[in-house]
Ligand binder design. Structure first.
Ligand code: ADP
Length: 450
């Protein structure tokens, strides 16, 4: 593979592709079928390499390894501080390999190398360290109960976790789930998005070097309807965590219910408004265009068709609206004005660099419109008026509100949806709790002095 290493913002070294197989029980192995699929460079549309294509049989093997590691292995049984020590080592190794990992996400995810190097990869290390630090602070409570009894609660790892993740942040998504799950003492089967299979395999390799016991973290690349569906319907997976579209989230929840009723946490689509009041400092609105390259050809075509919808339904194209260049999956940052509430571009999640501008006269009108969506992932408010900021933040039904900023994330700040944007929280200690069960233990107690 000889793809160009010249992104518009920086020049970086194309790394050799070291890992392409499935990672099961501590080893890189071929898929049972022997099938492979292409890992694509969205900057050119060309293939980088081929990776093993996992299907149901491979998920079965990975679950078996994860089950064994959970039921009989050391990981859930070791002290939290020992798990934390291994996770810290894992974080160090990620930082040592930051250039190579950032390059992998850049060539396979079509992401800016400079962003990956400065944010995504260090973010993974920070995430691991945050949860490593929490691993030895997981504890229950003591309960006095009624006369003659006392109780206490234990927080136990939930078991084998299936993690199904999308392509927009291959590294962040991987650790958003793996950080808290590993700290809790769970074991995992991760299915990366078929568009971005490469960096996850590198992380599996580093996990092993850090001392993670075999079977604790398995990575099976493959497609949604095969490998993904095998996870959501598996009888021996105890929990599924998913980030992706609302449509697929619904399928996952259905499959989870129809199999072993495993709990799911879903972080789904959004249609996140940014409310700009007239006193706004306009520079703070730039976060709306944080991702401008598309990783996937299908997504690229879908966004171009949304742009056509916008034009046809009568919105005014202020800027952008076209493919950028003739190679790869780039779309110009696009802004529509004169957008009406009932237009397709105002209602549906576009998941690309397309912004619809709508004017409002009163705060009440802005709040009403911001809530007029089936989604509730995030919203932004730009104003200097503290009262407006507070009123709007409390009135919008969304999991995160950015005040005078947009798309600001941190590992200690819970993130997740209201309404059809899903449920459950990523990041923070709230995420850790999603990988823990609470067990209450009740005993009799006689002749207690109080
Ligand atoms: P996006 O719209 O962000 O591409 P998708 O919801 O299509 O998100 O995909 C996110 C993840 O879900 C990917 O890893 C994909 O392979 C997986 N997936 C897609 N369809 C299914 C399915 N039916 N069951 C389980 N996982 C699926």
């Amino acid at each position: 593979y000889n793809g160009s290493s010249k992104a518009s913002e920086s020049v970086f070294k194309i790394p050799p592709i070291k890992f392409t197989k499935l990672f099961i029980n501590g080893n890189f192995v071929d898929s049972v079928s022997g099938k492979t699929f292409e890992a694509i460079d969205p900057r050119t549309g060309e293939a980088i390499t081929r990776v093993s294509d996992g299907d149901k049989e491979d998920i079965d093997l990975a679950v078996k390894a994860a089950r064994q590691a959970f039921d009989h292995g050391p990981w859930p049984r070791m002290s939290g501080s020992e798990r934390g020590r291994i996770m810290m080592k894992f974080a160090d190794l990620i930082e040592e390999n930051v250039e190579e990992l950032a390059a992998l996400d850049a060539i396979n995810g079509g992401k800016l190398f400079s962003h990956c190097k400065a944010m995504d990869i260090p973010g993974a290390a920070r995430n691991l360290r945050y949860y490593a630090g929490a691993a030895d602070k997981i504890h229950g409570t003591v309960l006095k109960l009624s006369e003659g009894f006392q109780g206490y609660t234990l927080r136990e790892p939930i078991g084998v976790v299936g993690s199904i993740i999308p392509w927009n942040f291959p590294t962040i998504m991987f650790f958003m789930k793996a950080g808290p799950a590993l700290a809790a003492g769970c074991t995992m089967v991760v299915k990366p998005a078929e568009q971005t299979p490469l960096s996850a395999l590198y992380y599996a390799h580093l996990a092993k070097l850090a001392g993670l016991p075999d079977g604790v973290l398995n990575v099976v690349n493959g497609f949604g309807e095969t490998a993904g569906a095998a996870i959501s319907s598996h009888m021996d997976i105890d929990k599924v965590t998913f980030t992706g579209s609302t449509e697929v989230g619904r399928k996952i929840m259905t499959a989870a219910a129809a199999s072993n009723l495993k709990p799911v946490s879903l972080e789904l689509g959004g249609k996140s408004p940014l409310l700009i009041f007239e006193d706004a400092d306009i520079d703070t609105t730039k976060g709306k265009f944080v991702l401008q390259a598309l990783t996937d050809k299908k997504q690229f075509q879908k966004i171009l068709s949304y742009i056509e919808h916008g034009k046809r339904e009568g919105a005014t194209l202020l800027t952008g609206g076209k493919r950028l260049g003739s190679k790869g999956f780039y779309i110009e940052p696009t802004i529509f004005t004169d957008v009406k509430e009932d237009m397709t571009i105002a209602k549906e999640e576009i998941f690309g660099p397309v912004m619809s501008l709508m004017k409002f006269k009163t705060m009440e009108e802005a709040i009403k419109r911001a809530n007029n969506t089936t989604y509730g992932l995030a919203a932004g408010v730009i104003t200097k008026n503290l009262n407006v900021a507070n009123m709007v933040s409390r009135s919008i039904r969304a999991g995160i509100i950015w005040l005078n900023c947009y798309t600001a994330f941190d590992v200690d700040c819970p993130y997740g949806g209201y309404k059809m944007s899903g449920f459950g929280r990523e990041f923070g200690l709230d995420a850790l709790n999603q990988y823990l069960q609470i067990k209450s233990i009740v005993t009799t107690i006689h002749d207690s002095p109080w």
